[in-house]
Write a protein that binds this ligand. Structure first.
Ligand SMILES: [Zn+2]
Length: 229
């Protein structure tokens, strides 16, 4: 399995990250800007998408996505890693992970699922059209963080594995279902082909989902119109 640093670099593009702090302009195969780390009038700060690195010819600062975030946010390596892991939807596992409370851990999984379902809805024009036809406004879809669970057996399951989460934990909050075939344990998505309505507590923290049937599926007759996690 790849390390958190490798995963962060796989998932995040240095151009996007640096571009979220300063305005980059295309310069051939690279991007350039006035350096955020020293005062200058002519841009000598370059970002290379192919090497996923940056370099300033004025003050000679340079490095990768992590050192950039360290420098610009004033963070140590671990702090920058945490910030980027959060953006990338990666769970950093520390040796003292036992200290992280059970609730926080489960909430994190719900947050990852929330982003996942939202992302899946964004790329599903038909489902968006369906919601709009039913009188929902675009802002409502955004504000209530509505999502879509693909009609697949393991889309969220695989996403959670990739992000380094425990499926046993995901089962506790009802996102996946455990299949125990004579001791051969596997997991699959609980919500499939459903529009996902997240449920929040009074602090705005996600506590679960309500999934409404959207896609037609054979064998659906045995399932409820709504299922809740
Ligand atoms: Zn510089």
């Amino acid at each position: 399995m790849s390390t958190p640093v490798e995963k962060i670099k796989e998932r995040l593009d240095i151009v996007d990250i640096i571009g979220s702090y300063i305005k980059l302009e295309k310069a051939g195969v690279n991007y350039r800007s006035r350096c955020p780390f020293h005062n200058e009038k002519t841009p000598s700060f370059f970002v290379s998408p192919s090497r996923q690195s940056y370099h300033c010819f004025g003050c000679d600062r340079g490095g990768d996505i992590i050192s950039f975030v360290q420098e610009i946010e004033g963070l140590d390596f671990k702090g920058a890693l945490e910030l980027l892991a959060d953006k990338a939807g990666i769970n950093l596992v520390y040796k003292n992970s036992k200290e992280i409370s059970e609730v926080a851990k489960l909430t994190k999984i719900l947050e990852i699922a929330l982003k996942f379902y939202q992302q899946k809805l964004k790329i599903n024009d038909q489902a968006i059209k369906y919601l709009l036809q039913r009188g929902l406004k675009k802002e409502t879809i955004e504000n209530f963080s509505l999502g879509y669970a693909p009609l697949e057996w393991r889309s969220l399951t695989n996403h959670l594995i990739d992000a380094g989460f425990s499926l046993a934990d995901a089962e506790k909050i009802g996102l996946v279902i455990k299949n125990d075939k004579r001791g051969d344990i596997s997991f699959y998505d609980r919500f499939r082909g459903r529009l996902m309505f997240p449920l929040f507590d009074c602090n705005g923290k996600i506590v679960g989902f309500s999934g409404r049937i959207y896609d037609d599926e054979k064998n659906r007759t045995t399932e409820g119109k709504y299922i809740n996690s």
